[in-house]
Design a binder for this molecule. Structure first.
Ligand SMILES: C[S@@+](CC[C@H](N)C(=O)[O-])C[C@H]1O[C@@H](n2cnc3c(N)ncnc32)[C@H](O)[C@@H]1O
Length: 334
């Protein structure tokens, strides 16, 4: 999935940092799991993975893909049933169709009405199967992960759900299709969590990998629709994009005022021997300050900073990104 600050194109460098700098490691904590793409690479590397994110839709991806070693045995049949679902007989009000697709030409243009109705029908069916005990918890999250992964392919947006296009992109006219998820078997007991970063740091692992937000763009506002489809909680919404009325503070990593103390908490509280942090040189936290902080907590001589040219990881390069560098801060904790 395309994700703000997603590290899909950095995974080989992150895994190489582990190969080069970490000895005898078996487990890793991915504190800010996001799309789950980095956790997938950790599983591929044979590490036991604990993956966390404060957003529920991200948790569904982590719980339904990362935490599993096998797809549910009847997944093909269930996905087929969901893809062939009848949208004319819904159990509840179609919240997505009513609020995020135009009916008779009026309404927000995030999805075509047909696709939005199908999202409602599929989401309600998955919940119904869970309620009557027809599917177990692994299958529930696997199906939610498949639904969430399918949405960006039919969304009438340029990247995030902060706004919709005022004309129909051809992608929006494709039919919503749930596909099998890419479940990797690493033979280990992987875990997904849905808590604040400060809480997950107590979990003991050999390595902590942290890829926090680096600017003030709030993930909940940008991915509000995925969150609402995952929670399916008929929230109070507002504004032209129908964002959820937020009842929680922005992430401390999205605030210039709190970001330094957030990094201090992250590094100070983690109980692993190895620490790897992804950041970039234009984040809210000054890179030199972050490097100094890492050195303060590092065993002497273990701190390494690796930098990568951002342009190599993007197809379209806005000129103002010319000096942007992805960074990996790696050290052994005292
Ligand atoms: C840069 S993204 C991670 C991207 C991920 N590595 C990937 O490649 O897809 C940062 C993530 O941190 C999560 N996040 C922000 N504040 C958080 C907090 N206080 N506790 C836990 N997760 C948080 C966001 O929801 C977002 O998914």
């Amino acid at each position: 999935m395309r994700y703000l600050g997603g590290k899909g194109k950095m995974t080989q460098h992150i895994v190489k940092a582990i190969d080069d700098c970490c000895r005898g490691v078996e487990s890793i904590l991915d504190v800010f799991g996001g799309s789950g793409i980095v956790s997938q690479a950790f599983k591929q590397r044979g590490l036991r993975v604990i993956s966390n994110d404060c957003l529920y839709f991200s948790y569904c991806l982590l719980r339904g893909i990362t935490a599993l070693n096998h797809a549910p045995s009847n997944h093909s049949q269930l996905l087929k049933q969901l893809n062939d679902i009848d949208c004319t007989n819904l159990r509840e009000l179609p919240f997505i169709a009513e609020n995020y697709s135009p009916n008779d030409g009026i309404g927000r243009m995030f999805f075509t009405h047909q696709n939005a109705l199908k999202m409602d029908a599929v989401r309600q069916q998955i919940e119904q199967w869970k309620t009557i005990g027809a599917i177990d918890e692994d299958t529930y999250y696997y199906l939610l992960a498949s639904l969430i992964s399918a949405i960006p392919f039919v969304a009438n947006i340029t990247g995030t759900y902060a706004a919709y296009l005022k004309y129909w992109d051809k992608r929006a006219h494709k039919a919503l299709t749930l596909l099998p998820c890419d479940v990797i078997d690493n033979g280990k007991e992987n875990i997904a969590m849905n808590v604040d970063f400060a809480e997950v740091l107590k979990t003991p692992t050999d390595i902590v990998y942290a890829d926090p937000p680096y600017n003030s763009r709030d993930y909940l506002s940008n991915y509000h629709l995925l969150e609402t489809i995952a929670l399916y909680d008929n929230p109070e919404i507002k504004g032209t994009s129908g964002v959820r009325v937020q009842r929680r503070e922005k992430s401390v990593f999205c605030s210039k005022r709190y970001v330094e103390s957030a990094f201090e908490t992250l590094i100070n509280s983690c109980s692993s021997h190895y620490v790897i942090i992804s950041y970039n040189n234009e984040g809210l936290m000054d890179s030199n300050r972050l490097a100094d902080m890492c050195r303060d907590y590092a065993l002497p001589g273990t701190f390494v900073l690796r930098e990568f040219d951002y342009r190599r990881y993007k197809n379209k390069i806005p000129n103002n990104n010319a000096g942007l560098r992805e960074q990996l801060f790696i050290f052994e904790k005292r």
